[in-house]
Unconditional design. Sequence first.
Length: 180
Amino acid sequence: MSVPPFATGLQLLFSHEQIAARVAAMGTEISRDFRDEPVLLLGVLKGAAIFLSDLARALTVEASFDFLGVSSYGKGTKSSGEVRLTKDLDESMQGKNVILVEDILDTGLTLTYLKRLLLARQPKTFRIAALLDKPSRRKQPIEADYVGFSIPDEFVVGYGLDYAERYRNLPDICVVPREG
Ligand code: IMP
Ligand code: MG
């Protein structure tokens, strides 16, 4: 197993085959939960874009999309903890089966902020789907309803996730080695 030249030095964690299998299973689970009801997938830009596009195609229920932008003031591997909305939804989510789609659940600050904001808009149902979860890093008591992989406290990139905007187009998920 090898990563592309632009990702030399990173350690492979999940191959694109492993990710595809897990996303397919998540799609089956979500489709079973919603049966014949349509869902609205709300992707958190930019990290969730690739996961959302694959998850949407793994669903057998009708899905529409919308996107939110958030900023946590920081470009490195540590976030400052302050969350701010940089792009709101284009359409109303009231009365819909909303699934908030996020790349990774880390401290939980981002999803705690978004959950509170979105629940106030009165969806019919509200669920969270996170491709990755780092439970050991949690600062807020929030969990995702659908989790792809639970991982240890490592900084990961690829499949939408970045390090200072790099590596989002890496098909696999890799660990960035710690400095020093
Ligand atoms: P939280 O608010 O700490 O839960 O962080 C969520 C956001 O931090 C995610 O949407 C990512 O943008 C970013 N993040 C947290 N851990 C990682 C990582 O390992 N790689 C890349 N981004 C991460
Ligand atoms: Mg993100």
